[in-house]
Write a protein that binds this ligand. Structure first.
Ligand code: ARG
Length: 461
């Protein structure tokens, strides 16, 4: 007989190498608060249904509070002889209370216990992340005022396409992040279901009250099926998928700002406190923070991959493989939280190089599409107008000038009905002004979007 809680049937002691190989305490100690909260709710419920006396439940709850305090302050002794956080806490409880401590695990298994702890942890993680995403959105929305009158080239295929207002760019990122928030909130609904009381796989013959523990722990409901509840980790996959897409969005943005802050673009100056230098090239100010946001995205996507592959071959219900679910979830969360933490001040601290942007903005005939739409509004079929403007752009290229610099007779040569009003849609500022459809880039429309965002962020979440 060994000392293990499951040791009754064993004649031989566990090999030390197996203890080291199977332990999860090195990472699942991170679940201690959730584990203790789950045990407290369980103890109260056991007392309610008569499986513990009120005095026994109180002793257990008090001892659990002490244990929580010891872990929080670093005084709790951890050892890999005790596999996981559940066994550590239970062993410590038994050391303190003897037989009373031995009653806590009534009508419970580590299978439903770990599923409950992990759901509580992911729920807390979602609740902690959403305000951080909101802070990044707020940084973009605040920039909208500072940069309201700046016009930037909008790109497609990384070629200059049409002029857009800088705040229109900033709000594009807010929209993407908003869907990330929505995905996390949606995931939270499926996270917030309580497995406790499913026990090992089949439930229990004891008269427990699962509604009560679910309620006590702030879950929306107890899980319906004990086999599913002890084996399900899709909530963790969904969570890490939502994190992956969020990381991908941050990575898009990081890539864009890395490009914009190059000498070649010259659009943006990054705050120096968020750049680092080179050990050999004294002139370098490198965008390492942005590069790492882009790079760490690979890690988060890798974490998602780990979880999916972990689950794909598992028969019902609990299998020990599931213990490997925690490191990728913790890693994805930590990584994304740290990216959000540096993104917010970096967004606030960067400055657009207004003069450099303006100096080259008329390059690339960004007003060609607006000119074409002007012709369409005068009754010319779109395909014909497209060809006409193509000819005009070719003419401007040959003369090495802007469309706005072409004399009226050149316009009249392609369309005799045109008069000097055509100049009213030429030049980037006029072109931006003309884009007033819903969701587009004219100042009035962007102002409306900024107001919408201000109201949205004031409401929270
Ligand atoms: N450390 C385990 C895990 O994280 C706890 C559940 C163990 N259950 C078992 N039947 N061995 O999955």
């Amino acid at each position: 007989m060994t000392e293990k809680p499951w040791g009754g049937v064993f004649r031989e002691a566990t090999d030390r190498r197996v203890e080291r190989f199977t332990e999860s305490i090195s990472f699942d100690r991170r679940l201690y608060q959730q584990d203790i909260a789950g045990s407290m709710a369980h103890a109260r419920m056991l007392a309610q249904v008569g499986l513990l006396t009120p005095d026994e439940a109180n002793q257990i709850i008090t001892a659990l509070q002490e244990i929580r305090e010891e872990i929080a302050t670093g005084r709790f002794p951890f050892s890999d002889e005790w596999e996981d956080i559940h066994m550590h806490i239970e062993k410590s409880l038994i050391d303190r209370l003897g037989d009373v401590g031995r009653k806590l695990h009534t009508a419970r298994s580590r299978n439903d216990q770990v599923a409950t702890d992990f759901r509580l942890w992911v729920r807390d993680a979602i609740d902690a992340l959403i305000p951080r995403i909101r802070a990044v959105q707020a940084a973009f929305v605040d920039r909208c005022e500072t940069d309201f009158d700046v016009i930037l080239p909008g790109y497609t295929h990384l070629r200059r396409a049409q002029p857009v207002l800088a705040p229109h760019y900033w709000l594009a990122y807010c929209e993407k992040l908003e869907r990330d928030v929505e995905r996390l909130m949606d995931c939270r609904k499926r996270v917030n279901v309580c497995p406790l009381g499913s026990a090992a796989v089949a439930g229990t013959s004891l008269p427990i009250d699962r509604e009560m523990t679910a309620r006590e722990l702030g879950f929306d409901a107890p899980s319906r099926n004990s086999i599913d509840a002890t084996s399900d980790r899709d909530f963790a996959v969904e969570f890490v998928f939502a994190l992956s897409l969020l990381a991908v969005h941050l990575s898009h943005w990081a890539e864009e700002w890395i490009l914009w802050s190059t000498t070649e673009y010259g659009f943006l100056k990054l705050p120096e406190g968020f750049c680092t230098g080179s050990s050999i090239m004294p002139q370098k100010v490198n965008p390492d923070v942005l590069e790492l946001i882009r790079g760490k995205t690979a890690r988060v996507i890798g974490d998602l991959q780990i979880l999916l592959v972990l689950l794909k071959g598992l028969p019902l219900a609990y299998n020990r493989d599931l213990q490997e679910d925690k490191p990728p979830v913790f890693d994805a969360y930590d990584t994304v939280a740290s990216c959000l933490e540096v993104a917010e001040p970096l967004i606030r601290g960067a400055e657009l190089n207004r003069e450099a942007i303006a100096a080259r903005l008329e390059e690339g005939h960004l007003d060609a599409t607006t000119l074409m739409e002007y012709l369409v509004s005068r009754g010319i079929p779109q395909r014909t107008a497209h060809a006409m403007v193509g000819q005009l752009v070719r003419e401007a290229m040959d003369r090495n000038c802007r469309l706005a610099d072409l004399p009226l007779d050149v316009f009249r040569a392609v369309e005799p009905n045109l008069d000097s009003r055509v100049y009213g849609v030429l030049g980037v500022r006029n072109a931006v002004q003309a884009m007033h459809s819903y969701g587009s880039t004219s100042p009035d429309e962007v102002r409306r979007q900024i107001d919408w965002w201000r109201e949205k962020l004031a409401q929270r979440p």
